[in-house]
Design a protein around this ligand. Structure first.
Ligand code: KG4
Ligand code: ZN
Length: 347
């Protein structure tokens, strides 16, 4: 079953053809990073316009890569939320237009379910993972722990009470004057720094819940930078990055360890943009070895936003015979429960 998937929830215009929810036959992602970089973050209006400009070319090129036409497809999948409303609307409108023109059914996909489904894609050097598993999603908008059952249904165990992990990376990068998006920059510089130079708070680490808090870390970085500047010293950027990253990683890893112990899951999936982080991957692997459990990450390129992950999640819905109609909406805020139940909120 070949599915054309479209993802436009933020600043990547992406289209992919995914076979049986597992094999990526073609994928094209037009990144808008260079434009948004000038503004230090994603400008929603600019993102929407760029999606409009790119979408048909991206879809055509993905189909070309796969060597397929619309007659070879079984469905058209699209991210319906959560995300930037104007950006989502471009993808949903395009999916509807293709559906209307071809008669193919549509499948609306929750963006977070997509991030998790990235782990189900077969990749050259790693086997696809199948649920049930425990999952940590750490992205620019989310930091949540879920149990995912054999039918790909999500139960939330905990999540951030303020900023998402990726958001904290981006904010700290901004304080340091690094380019947007900050996560990859901080990741790179952290490798050359001393993680013990600054002791940043480990938000909610000692709290028995499986919740996270990252805003205190960001504030602590701000306070430390102010102090260094007041003293007229140079900012040791690498050490700040390494120390901040150590704090983020410790809470992500320890809460995931706690969740694994509490639920008894033997398989952990780490997904979302922050799962591309080298330090996090190494620390999660070490934790998994200590606990005698397995940990899986999509390859870094499939951790950040892409359409293949949307195709993988859509396949599981298609297998259940669950399709959407041309009534499908786009939702800036869409919970996994709303998506799973099919009871979408009023637009
Ligand atoms: O999943 P994603 O592409 O988009 C959202 O759904 O939010 O995640 C983007 C986030 C950004 O905050 C970015 O800074 C962060 O993921 N990120 C990283 C790394 N690569 C991307 N954070 C830490 N280390 C990285 N290597
Ligand atoms: Zn994302």
């Amino acid at each position: 079953m070949n599915i054309l998937a479209i993802e436009t929830s933020c600043d990547e215009t992406s289209a992919a053809i995914v076979a049986d929810g597992a094999r990526v036959l073609g994928q094209v992602t037009a990144s808008q990073m260079e434009i948004h970089r000038q503004f230090g973050g994603v400008v929603p209006e600019v993102a929407s316009r760029r999606h409009v400009e790119a979408i048909t070319r991206v879809v055509d090129t993905a189909l070309g890569q796969a060597g397929l036409g619309f007659s070879d497809l079984a469905a058209i999948a699209v991210t319906m939320g959560p995300g930037l409303l104007g950006a989502l609307l471009v993808g949903v409108a395009a999916a509807k237009a293709y559906s209307l023109a071809t008669g193919l059914p549509m499948i609306g996909v929750h963006h977070i379910a997509g991030h998790v489904a990235a782990a189900m894609l077969e990749e050259p050097d790693r086997p696809a993972v199948r649920p049930p598993f425990l999952c940590l999603v750490a992205s620019g908008g989310h930091t949540e722990l879920y149990e995912v059952d054999a039918s790909f249904r999500f139960t939330r165990l905990g999540g951030t009470r303020d900023d998402a992990a990726g958001e904290a990376y981006d904010k700290v990068a901004r304080l340091l004057g690094l380019a947007y998006p900050g996560g990859p920059e901080v990741d790179k510089l952290a490798r050359q720094g001393d993680p013990a130079r600054f002791s940043f708070p480990r938000g909610l680490l000692d709290d028995p819940s499986l919740d996270f808090s990252f805003s205190g870390m960001k504030t602590a970085v701000l306070v430390a930078l102010d102090k260094i500047k007041r003293q007229g010293q140079d900012v040791p950027v690498e050490d700040v990055c390494a120390s901040f990253q150590a704090a983020v990683i410790e809470v992500l890893v320890e809460k995931t360890r706690r969740a694994a112990r509490m639920t008894g899951h033997r398989t952990v999936v780490v997904a979302g943009g922050v799962a591309a982080n080298r330090g996090l991957r190494a620390a999660m692997r070490a934790m998994a070895t200590e606990e005698g459990i397995g940990v899986h990450f999509p390859s870094p390129g499939l951790c950040t936003d892409n359409a293949a992950m949307i195709g993988a999640a859509a396949y599981l819905r298609a297998r259940e015979g669950r399709f959407d109609t041309l009534e499908l909406g786009a939702y800036a805020d869409l919970t996994l429960d709303e998506w799973q139940s099919g009871r979408y909120p009023a637009e």
